[in-house]
Design a protein around this ligand. Structure first.
Ligand SMILES: CC(C)(COP(=O)(O)OP(=O)(O)OC[C@H]1O[C@@H](n2cnc3c(N)ncnc32)[C@H](O)[C@@H]1OP(=O)(O)O)[C@@H](O)C(=O)NCCC(=O)NCCS
Length: 132
């Protein structure tokens, strides 16, 4: 059984929450996956910025899984937790959940891994261990 089918609660911290809008749909009327990925990148960056105590940049996106379509008008919540902290990089797991307006049941709709590198003011990588 895929791991998400028995996962009933979000894992991690609530990093970002917003409402899906008609402007962000694909040609079939659901929310465009690229828009969801952008929200996840922002949520992961907020998390990584906190861990690295400073500026970070996205260096890679790992596994992505689109589990179910996201409708217009849904409140989406991005939860984040750290998977790994390297010398300069942070791997963040981002889960996207939506809540049913009537039943309030939470559903995991998308999840992925985003990797960030801590950078200085010139955009050069910096050690996370030495972050103040
Ligand atoms: C991020 C950046 C500063 C890294 O500089 P770099 O000198 O090439 O860094 P390195 O290759 O040594 O990698 C730095 C860290 O990232 C990790 N990393 C690099 N590429 C990776 C990849 N594809 N997947 C996973 N981790 C990766 C390295 O393992 C290393 O981790 P560690 O220090 O924790 O061991 C540089 O590549 C950059 O500026 N990229 C553009 C970022 C950007 O514009 N992002 C926005 C995209 S819209």
């Amino acid at each position: 059984m895929p791991q998400h089918q028995d996962q009933l609660q979000p894992k991690g911290e609530l990093a970002l929450q917003t409402i899906t809008m008609p402007a962000d749909t694909n040609p079939f009327g659901d929310i465009f996956g690229g828009w969801v990925m952008a929200q996840m990148d922002i949520a992961g960056a907020i998390h990584a910025n906190h861990v690295a105590k400073g500026r970070v940049t996205t260096v890679a996106v790992g596994s992505m899984e689109f589990i179910r379509p996201v409708p217009v008008g849904a409140v989406i919540s991005c939860y984040t937790h750290t998977l790994k902290i390297g010398n300069t990089s942070i791997r963040v797991k981002v889960e996207v959940w939506i809540k049913d307006f009537i039943t309030h049941q939470l559903s995991l709709v998308t999840q992925g891994e985003y990797i960030y590198v801590a950078i200085d003011t010139k955009g050069h990588k910096r050690s996370i261990i030495h972050a103040e």
